[in-house]
Write a protein that binds this ligand. Structure first.
Ligand code: AMP
Ligand code: MG
Length: 331
C-alpha cells in the first residue's frame, strides 16, 4: 500500500509518501517547507497562511519525487493533533480535499506517536524503545505499555525547544535558536548553577530560563550561560528517560524531535544507554524533525490494522494526547 501523509502541526508543512515493505517503512518522498517568522516566535495564523500557500505545490512535487501518480496512492493521512489550531486546520483541509477528489480513505494520526513509530519503522534494530521526544512545543518521554503509548514524563510548562528559543530571543538570536545555542555552548568553560526542576517524572524549564536570562543581565559570558543551560536541561531530560527505562525494563532509547539534532544531548543520552547496556537510536534528520513521512507511516500502520475513519471523525484536536490513541497495530 502507498500512503501519502500531510504534516502541519506547527511551523512546517510536510508531505511524505511511503510504502510498507514487510514492516519496514520505505520512504518514496518526504518534502518539507518551513515557515520562518520575520521576528519573534511562530504566529499561528501566519504559519497557517504559509502552509496554505505551499501545500498544493508540495503535493505535486512529492508525487513527482516519489515517481508515482496520485492514482497510485491508496491512503491519505494527516496530523490530527496536538498542534496549533490554524495549522492543523490547513493540513486537514488539504487532506480531506485530496481524499475526496481521489476517492481514497482518510486517516488522522497523533503527531507524537508518529515520531515514535517512524523510529521503529526506519531505524534498524529499534523495536520497543522509550522515546525521548524533544521538539519546540513538546517534551515527552513515551513508551508502549499495556496496549497504549504512555507518557512517563513531560514538561509542565514550555517544551525544551521553546525554552532554548526563548532564551535565544532574549540574547538576540534568530529562530530557530537551538543550533546557535549549541554552537555558543561549545566554547563555554564555566558551569553556572541553574535550578534542576524534576517533579516526580515531569520537568519544568521556566524557572531555569528566568535564571539564565538573569545571568546574562549580570554580565556572565553568553557561552557559559548557553553551556550551563544545555548541561542542566539535558541532564534533566536524560534522568527522566533513564528512570522510564528502568521502570519499564526497556532496553532501547530513541530520540525524536528537532532538539534531537543536538550533539550534546545525543552524547548524554548515549552515555546513559551504554551504562545500562541498552541500545541508543536516532533516526536520520529528515524523519527526526516534523515531516510527512512519519504521518504517512503511522496512517499506513493504523489502516492496515483495520482502523477506519469517517470524514465526520476527521476533526482536529489541538490537545490530542499521546495516551488517547488506541494502539491496534502492536501486540
Ligand atoms: P520541531 O518542533 O521538532 O520542529 O523542532 C524545532 C526545535 O528544535 C526548535 O525549538 C529549535 O530551536 C530546536 N533545535 C533544532 N536544532 C537544534 C539543535 N541542534 N540543538 C538544540 N535545539 C535544536
Ligand atoms: Mg514534532
Amino acid at each position: 500500500m502507498i500512503c501519502l501523509g500531510i504534516e502541519g502541526t506547527a511551523h512546517s508543512i510536510g508531505v511524505g509518501i511511503i510504502t510498507n515493505v514487510k514492516g519496514h517503512c520505505q520512504i518514496l518522498a518526504n518534502l518539507i517547507k518551513t515557515y520562518q517568522p520575520e521576528k519573534g516566535g511562530i504566529h499561528p495564523r501566519e504559519a497557517a497562511n504559509h502552509h496554505a500557500t505551499f501545500i498544493a505545490p508540495l503535493l505535486s512535487q512529492s508525487v513527482q519525487a516519489a515517481g508515482v501518480d496520485f492514482a497510485d496512492v491508496d491512503l491519505i493521512s494527516f496530523s490530527q493533533g496536538p498542534g496549533l489550531g490554524p495549522c492543523l486546520r490547513t493540513a486537514v483541509t488539504a487532506a480531506r480535499a485530496l481524499a475526496l477528489s481521489l476517492e481514497k480513505p482518510l486517516i488522522g494520526v497523533n503527531h507524537c506517536v508518529a515520531h515514535l513509530e517512524i523510529g521503529r519503522g526506519t531505524v534498524h534494530g529499534c523495536h520497543d524503545p522509550v522515546l525521548l521526544y524533544v521538539s519546540g512545543a513538546n517534551t515527552q518521554v513515551i513508551g508502549f505499555a499495556e496496549g497504549k503509548y504512555r507518557v512517563f514524563g513531560e514538561t509542565l510548562d514550555v517544551g525544551i525547544g521553546n525554552c532554548l528559543d526563548k532564551f535565544g530571543r532574549a540574547i538576540g538570536l534568530d529562530f530557530p535558536c537551538g543550533p546557535k545555542i549549541e554552537k555558543l555552548a561549545e566554547t563555554g568553560t564555566q558551569y553556572l548553577p541553574l535550578p534542576y526542576s524534576i517533579k516526580g517524572m515531569d520537568l519544568a524549564f521556566s524557572g531555569l530560563l528566568t535564571m539564565a536570562e538573569h545571568y546574562v543581565r549580570e554580565g556572565e559570558r553568553i557561552q557559559d550561560v548557553c553551556h550551563s543551560l544545555q548541561e542542566t536541561t539535558f541532564a534533566m531530560l536524560t534522568e527522566v528517560t533513564e528512570r522510564a527505562m528502568a521502570h519499564t525494563e526497556k532496553q532501547e532509547v530513541l530520540l525524536g524531535g528537532g532538539v534531537a539534532s543536538n550533539k550534546r544531548l545525543r552524547a548524554m543520552v548515549q552515555t546513559m544507554a551504554q551504562d545500562r547496556g541498552a541500545s541508543f537510536f536516532v533516526p536520520s534528520r529528515d524523519v527526526c524533525v516534523d515531516n510527512g513521512a512519519m504521518i504517512a507511516w503511522l496512517g499506513c500502520l493504523m489502516y492496515e490494522s483495520g482502523l477506519r475513519m469517517s470524514l465526520e471523525d476527521s476533526l482536529i484536536n489541538q490537545r490530542f494526547r499521546t495516551d488517547m490513541v488506541e494502539v491496534t497495530w502492536r501486540d
